[in-house]
Design a protein around this ligand. Structure first.
Ligand code: 5AD
Length: 350
């Protein structure tokens, strides 16, 4: 490993910031030794802030109906082969009840941009969850909405919102999305969510089509400046029914290296080892945690719909990825020295 790389890692750990070229150098430095040093430092920082805790969130995929047509995504509207479903308020509430009994204290409602979930409907669901489980956090991940809509949902009790920025480079954004979607609106959403007092998560896919190291450096700089409370990054995985079917997937190694960098940049951030990471490697989740991630989001959707939320090919939804198998997840985390914790696990401001 070159000496400058060690110095960059020192600076990142001390100042929680680097110039964009510094991030670029860390992204481009392919060696295993660099990855190991980054992971070692990131793990130490995480242990200082969070101890050995790994937080779990119950993920409920409430709808596979989406009005958007993101070029990489398996549930894009133009994919005729995608089986569509939508959960009712009762379905969602009973998933939360089941999750509560299993120990979950955060529920993440994620779905396509489905017009059925108006502010009234979705706000009603949030209110009902909060009434039934006042000690739980509710996270929404329902895409781009108006500021008024985000405000109404916040008022209904939503605590957190996940909206990946996808890429911090406007030209790259345009290569991954249809013309009617805009980078500026994505950024508007993220800033509105922050201003409304949500704990906000941004994020991106690693190895997405046309992505270059410069894009990744820009993503890191954006995350440094935006200071999200959560950050979801996972490998791009091709979906057979998209134009990127034959593109290569992102790698575990690059995903882990980026997780470590983000942990050093924001010590208190909530950083999931994503389903996508678990889907491309049988030990992907463990590798993510060891690199500095501290959240896992097992699937709490009703079994009948689990396979239908197919964002990419071979997406995991059973084993330790399933909320019902939290025992297996506990054992797997314990085996690498971490403890699954079921409290709300809020962001630490440090
Ligand atoms: N591979 C990996 N992640 C994907 N997503 C969508 N399609 C894919 C894919 N093919 C991610 C996007 C989106 C989130 C819901 O899932 O980043 O924000």
């Amino acid at each position: 490993m070159r000496k400058e790389i060690g110095a960059l890692i020192d600076t990142l750990e001390r100042e929680h910031a680097l110039p964009e070229e510094g991030y670029l150098a860390l992204v481009k430095e392919g060696g295993e030794e660099t990855a190991r040093l980054l992971a070692e430092r990131a793990d130490a920082v995480r242990r200082r802030v969070f101890g050995s805790a790994v937080y779990v969130r119950g993920l409920i995929e409430i709808s596979s109906i989406c009005k958007n047509d993101c070029l990489y995504c398996g549930i894009r509207r133009s994919n005729r082969a995608c089986e569509r479903y939508r959960l009712s308020k009762e379905d969602i509430l009973s998933a939360c009840d089941e999750g509560y009994a299993l120990g979950f204290r955060t529920f993440v409602l994620q779905g396509g941009e489905d017009g059925y979930y108006t502010d009234e409907v979705l706000g009603g669901v949030v209110r009902a969850i909060k009434a039934a489980h006042p000690d739980c956090a509710v996270t929404l991940s329902m895409g781009e909405r108006s500021r008024e809509s985000y405000a109404a949902l916040r008022l209904a009790g939503a605590d957190r919102y996940l909206l990946r920025h996808e890429t911090a480079d406007a030209a790259h954004y345009a290569m991954l999305h249809p013309e009617e979607m805009s980078f500026d609106n994505r950024m508007r959403c993220l800033h509105d969510l922050k201003a409304l007092g949500y704990q906000v998560g941004c994020g991106f896919m690693v190895g997405s089509p046309y992505q270059t190291p410069v894009h990744l450096a820009r993503d890191l700089k954006f995350i440094e400046r935006f200071r999200p409370q959560m950050c979801g990054i996972g490998p791009f995985i091709p979906h057979a029914a998209t134009q990127f079917a034959d593109d290569p997937a992102g790698t575990v190694e690059m995903t882990c290296r980026l997780l470590s960098i983000i942990r050093l940049m924001h010590p208190g951030v909530l950083l999931p080892a994503t389903t996508a990471l678990g889907s491309i490697d049988p030990f992907g989740r463990e590798k993510g945690i060891l690199a500095g991630a501290n959240v896992v989001m097992p699937n709490l959707s009703p079994a009948s719909v689990r396979r239908k939320y197919a964002l990419y090919d071979n997406k995991l939804s059973d084993g330790a990825e399933s909320a019902q198998c939290i025992g297996e997840l506990r054992a797997r985390m314990a085996a690498i020295g971490y403890e699954v914790v079921t409290d709300r696990g809020d962001y630490r401001n440090c």
